[in-house]
Design a protein around this ligand. Structure first.
Ligand code: AMP
Ligand code: ZN
Length: 114
């Protein structure tokens, strides 16, 4: 998607601080961190939101969760814990229409979220 912010990050048209990359997935620091560790994990394939999660992309999303687990360990979050967030759609608070998972850690999290 040529006008998608995260596709531009994948294509290096917009800079990012990359944390992890393979042929299917990119992880980079959130530009407006909400916790000491705040990383976005995205598929390189453009998928708009969780509403587009189906049998055709099960592999990539399960791979993303293994990547998240690995990054959490690398960032020293495994023992104390962390939060994984997906915002879907307008009321879910999604502001970038390329599916992404937030990995948040390094401080106590609260519930319910805002
Ligand atoms: P969401 O509100 O769940 O759609 O999350 C979008 C996230 O993208 C927000 O946390 C933003 O801070 C983050 N963001 C927006 N632009 C950039 C960028 N250029 N580089 C890194 N993160 C970004
Ligand atoms: Zn995209």
């Amino acid at each position: 998607m040529s006008d998608c912010l995260f596709c531009k990050i994948i294509n290096n048209e917009i800079p990012s601080t990359k944390i992890y990359e393979d042929e299917k997935v990119l992880a980079f620091n959130d530009i407006n961190p909400q916790s000491p560790v705040h990383i976005l994990i995205i598929p390189k394939k453009h998928i708009t939101s969780m509403n587009d999660f189906d049998e055709t992309n099960i592999d990539i999303l399960s791979h993303i969760f293994l990547v998240i687990k690995s990054i959490a360990k690398d960032k020293g979050l495994k023992e104390k814990g962390y939060r994984i967030v997906n915002n879907c759609g307008e009321q879910g608070g999604q502001t970038v229409d390329h599916i992404h998972f937030h990995l948040l850690g390094g401080r106590n999290m609260y519930w319910p979220p805002g």
